[in-house]
Design a protein around this ligand. Structure first.
Ligand code: AHR
Length: 505
């Protein structure tokens, strides 16, 4: 039996909703077909955005959406994606699948999508192959509310009022697909490019995201911060220096980058390897965080894990450049424990974007023509949505066993949790059982809370289970009522390979 202690009186930090963010890239069928079908499509849509997908995403609660890439961002020239659609440039998406990009989804469409989703906007600029002028004009086009060449152009294109950019990424993966730069070289470019990412409206400051490291490249983090971190000026403690956030990218490839492995066909060994690699996120946050602490002990700069998730082989018979993969209970557990890690590090992690929202890598939704399905990962985000904007509270599992079968190099603990309290005093407790075979009895004890109203849902199935267009509800969130309310606690048994989410009053 495991003992889960929750001290709901000990608040440990605020869970920024953006930790539950998503990523949309011009890659495969993410934008075209997945999110956007065009106004003339027989698939029901509002201004070209598919209604079924938008409605499902609203229900899941998307706090922020990143666009247009990824690697695509550093080849994207925003002026190709504005004005009458018939005049927009058609080009080859050289990075992803060599297909025609007709630019019918551009700046106006992105802001329309975010307004339908009711989410914050995260635009990623082009440093790799774009100019400072191009980047600065894009910001002017989107956000300037006065007379200027770019604001006038926006109005000519039918949008009188400016939009709001919440976050702006100054380049993407500039250590790789974004220009193969050294940290010092990028750091200097960052200083220069970000100067012209102007916040025209002081009430709506643009938060700037500096390109951080790939996985464990601590040399990059140190080099970039050493080059471009600016201490706040004396007498102006609002000044955050040149950046508001520093990014980090980490994907789970159980069999390594070259082989990756199947998304659906895997055994227990690979299951535990995958979960072990997902848990590595914590070490990355700690070690990159320690470097950030050196420069920024007050934690003014947030860590933005703006690409994360599982990356497997594409589904057999699909375009290898489209990165379309299935999503099983393994993805669900990876999502659950990664979100718990982000919650527990909410003092530093202020944003995270799962890659990618629809039809690419660890998506929450898959589509096939007019059909749509929710993946196991969707259900996890839905079950965790009450953590958004809540306060993390102290929690700890005593007598947590090692999941049997995970011994040796890829050992994982059996249970993994996080707990938060919202503004109405309701606790959200999310708990993952990583074991493929064994259930576990859990005695939960609160510091003071004597639960009066408890509701819970569960996601549980075999490890390889996934939803298909023939069987779209094989894995779905269900009511969980197999618990007993005790004096200052809860008692229940969590089945193997499952995620439970409690709401406790
Ligand atoms: O998510 C797919 C790609 O992975 C992104 O475009 C890039 O930033 C990363 O390498």
């Amino acid at each position: 039996m495991a003992k889960l202690y929750v001290n709901e009186k000990k608040v440990q930090g605020h869970i920024n909703p953006e930790i539950y963010g998503h990523f949309s890239e011009h890659l495969g069928r993410c934008i075209y077909e997945g999110l956007y079908v065009g106004e003339d499509s027989p698939i029901p849509n509002v201004k070209g955005m598919r209604t079924d997908v938008v409605e499902a995403l609203k229900e899941m609660k998307v706090p922020v959406l990143r666009w247009p890439g990824g690697c695509f961002a550093d080849e994207y020239h925003w002026k190709d994606g504005i004005g009458p659609k018939e005049n927009r440039k058609k080009m080859i998406n050289t990075h992803w699948g060599g297909v025609v990009e007709d630019n019918s989804f551009g700046t106006h469409e992105f802001f329309e999508l975010c307004s339908q989703l009711g989410c914050k906007t995260y635009v990623n600029g082009n440093v790799g192959s774009g100019t400072v002028q191009e980047m600065s004009e894009w910001v002017e086009y989107i956000t300037f509310d006065g007379v200027s060449p770019m604001a006038d152009l926006r109005k000519e294109n039918g949008h009188e009022k400016p939009w709001k950019i919440d976050y702006f990424g100054v380049g993407n993966e500039n250590w790789g697909c974004g220009g193969n730069m050294t940290p010092e070289y990028y750091g200097n470019l960052y200083r220069r490019y970000q100067t012209y990412v102007r916040s025209y409206d002081n009430e709506k400051p643009i938060r700037k995201v500096c390109c951080g490291a790939n996985v464990a490249d601590y040399f990059w983090t140190e080099g970039v911060l050493n080059t471009c971190f600016a201490q706040p000026q004396p007498g102006n403690d609002k000044d955050r220096g040149f950046m508001d956030m520093l990014s980090l990218h980490y994907y789970v490839h159980p069999e390594g980058w070259e082989i990756k492995g199947s998304a659906t066909e895997f055994d227990e060994k690979v299951w535990y390897k995958s979960l072990n690699k997902a848990l590595y996120m914590e070490e990355l946050i700690n070690r990159h965080g320690a470097i950030m602490d050196k420069y920024d002990p007050e934690k003014r700069i947030g860590m933005a894990v703006d690409e994360w998730g599982c990356w497997f082989n594409v589904e057999p018979g699909t375009n290898p450049g489209f990165l379309y993969q299935q999503n099983t209970m393994r993805d669900a557990l990876v999502a659950g424990l990664t979100l718990d890690i982000f919650n527990k590090h909410c003092d530093r992690v202020k944003m995270a974007c799962l890659a990618q929202i629809v039809n690419v890598l660890q998506s929450v939704i898959l589509t096939e023509g007019e059909k749509m399905l929710l993946t196991p990962t969707y259900h996890v985000f839905h079950m965790y949505r009450a953590h958004q904007d809540a306060e993390l509270v102290e929690s700890y599992i005593a007598d947590n066993k090692t999941a049997e079968g995970s011994d040796g190099e890829y050992e994982v603990p059996k249970l993994h949790e996080s707990v938060s309290i919202d503004k109405d005093g309701i606790l959200t407790l999310t708990l993952n059982n990583l074991s493929v075979t064994d259930s576990e009895k859990v005695e939960t004890t609160f510091a003071e809370c004597n639960p009066t109203e408890v509701t819970a849902t569960i996601l549980t199935q075999d490890m390889n289970a996934h939803n298909t267009f023939e069987d779209p509800e094989r894995v779905k969130e269900e009511t969980f009522d197999n618990f007993t309310v005790t004096d200052r606690g809860l008692s229940f048994t969590i089945p193997p390979c499952s995620i439970v989410s409690f709401r406790i009053k």
